[in-house]
Design a protein around this ligand. Sequence first.
Ligand code: NCD
Ligand code: ZN
Length: 476
Amino acid sequence: MNNPLFDLILKGGTVVHETGRELADVAISGETIAAIGAPDSLGDATEVVDVSGQYVIPGAIDMHVHFREPGYTHKEDWETGSAAAAMGGVTTVFEMPNTHPPTRSAVEFRQKQECAKKACVDFGIYALLAEDNIDEIQGLIDAGANAFKCFMGNTFGNLPSPSTGAMLEGFEIIAQSGLRISLHAETASIMAWRQSKLEAAGLNQPLHHIVARPEVVAIEAVARAAILSEWTGARIHVLHISSAGELRPLSEAKNRGVDITGETCPCYLLLDASDYERLGSVIRVNPPVREKKDSVAIWNALQSGVVDMIATDHAPHTLEEKTNDNIWKADCGFPGVETQMPLMLSEVAAGRMTLEHYVRISSANPARTFGLWPCKGRIAVGAHADIAVIDMARQEIISATKLHSRGKVTPFEGRATTGAPIHTLVRGRFVQRDRAIMPGVSGHGKQVTNIQSMPAPKPCNVDQSLAAVLATGEET
Ligand code: NCD
Ligand code: ZN
């Protein structure tokens, strides 16, 4: 036999782009897609895998996961978390800084990079923007932070939320770098005030979680963050959109030209207040799952583009940590990186969105927003071979005990799904094949280099920044 042209050909599948689909073979050489062509037109490869009847889509890019290492490895670590991602068709994750210690300085950033060496999927690492680490921001940028995370409201890890003054200075510094700041957009002071009054009155049932964090906490936080973004030119991203109300400040800011994007998660689309009685403390998540009218509005915004993408807020905890009769004592969040794709493909199967639109919100838009495009987020010659092969007929029942995450409790327990990723490739290598993790893939994942392909941010009110004003003071 002649030397084969390619390392691998995925043969006979339907390649799905955000703008359409084609029956085509996909050839891979090394880490990238080398050719896409009509069935049987591409020639030889070392390995040919028949994927006829299946769909070939870009792997999901999940901008919001908590892999818990360092510090909380009884909940998750980089090996278990990234294995869950690979099982879920997710080829790149961005990991959050509310670990122990938090990722709030260059030293801690490098510690996180060491932990991440076990990953089998590609990753970005978030750095923290908090009240007390403004002087560390430049060091975090220099150390290779892929984005920043700002907790405007209290959540797991109890990291103190920055004052608006500290946020403004943080935005001023980060704006220069072009890195995006992702926001847990709930206003801390409103929630603390309300929760303490509820607790004092002995109100501690699951639905009181929504009462402590009404929609206005998200509306106020999104509006305030958008104003700081507009003022400083800092790019921002609103995490886990949970309410109809916050869609208004989000779309208004977009219309004003603010570089703001938004994500939602499956729980805000598929669950609502009527599920609290059945699920009890398991459903507790920040921000809370809200009313049916919220999920309806978020679905519409995901279709229209006001909400740009789907992420998971993968937030594993143990069964003991999740289960408590007193809602204030149950940990918030649940695993999601492994179940997002089957859950959302089930919605595709039910006709609620096209597979093309799913590719847009799960992969293409996250890639563009965080500067991974054009290497990631698409099936195209020259792009990384980050691929999920989908069987749209595959039926499964979600069962937490089968999840690869250490978090063995999910509000989707027992839910039937249609459609699943049967293979996952990261830069040309199978990390998941036939619904099993491949041996020896731990460590295949690499930290991404992002934003190089993005236009430089527009300088905005730089002369009024704290750094500029203080520098003038020093000169005189
Ligand atoms: C997340 C966690 O557990 O780390 N929990 C949650 O309820 N969403 C933190 C977060 O993203 O707010
Ligand atoms: Zn959050």
